[in-house]
Design a protein around this ligand. Structure first.
Ligand code: CDP
Length: 131
């Protein structure tokens, strides 16, 4: 069976990382994640991520690099994460989220991340501190 990929973005701007609070489904509502979503069949991950971030946040972004790793979600789905640069627009919670926060490199522990996002968030925070 081929696993379906959920792509998510560690979105950077001004030395901070964007965190998004999920509004649905009920079991995930209130938890924080790196925004993203399911790839469409045949879609390149970088293209799918730019599309999801446009739909969910109303922004244009540039995908920078993959954060190494692949994290299991529900059966048949895996999470993969890329660092992303904000190119234009101010993120707004248009779909799936009800709050957004920009976190400095030492603030990334301030929100309750979904477990599956934590390794990538830790690496994203480490990369932020290096710059
Ligand atoms: O918007 P779309 O239906 O394409 O995807 P989604 O509902 O945002 O995400 C699909 C699944 O991936 C959900 O079950 C989320 O829990 C999971 N996900 C995650 O665990 N961590 C993320 N950073 C993004 C999505």
């Amino acid at each position: 069976m081929t696993e379906r990929v959920v792509v998510a973005g560690a979105v950077y701007d001004g030395g901070r990382l964007l965190a998004a609070r999920r509004s649905a489904p009920a079991e995930l509502a209130g938890r924080w994640e790196l925004p993203g979503g399911k790839l469409e069949p045949g879609e390149r991950p970088e293209d799918g991520l730019v599309r999801e971030l446009r739909e969910e946040l109303g922004v244009e972004t540039e995908v920078l690099a993959r954060i190494p790793g692949s994290w299991p979600l529900k059966p048949g789905y895996v999470l993969q994460v890329w660092t992303v640069r904000l190119v234009s627009g101010e993120p707004r919670p248009l779909e799936d989220h009800d709050a957004l926060r920009w976190l400095g490199p030492d603030e990334t522990g301030a929100v309750d991340w979904l477990e599956q996002d934590r390794p990538a968030v830790a690496e994203a925070a480490r990369l932020l501190r290096e710059h």
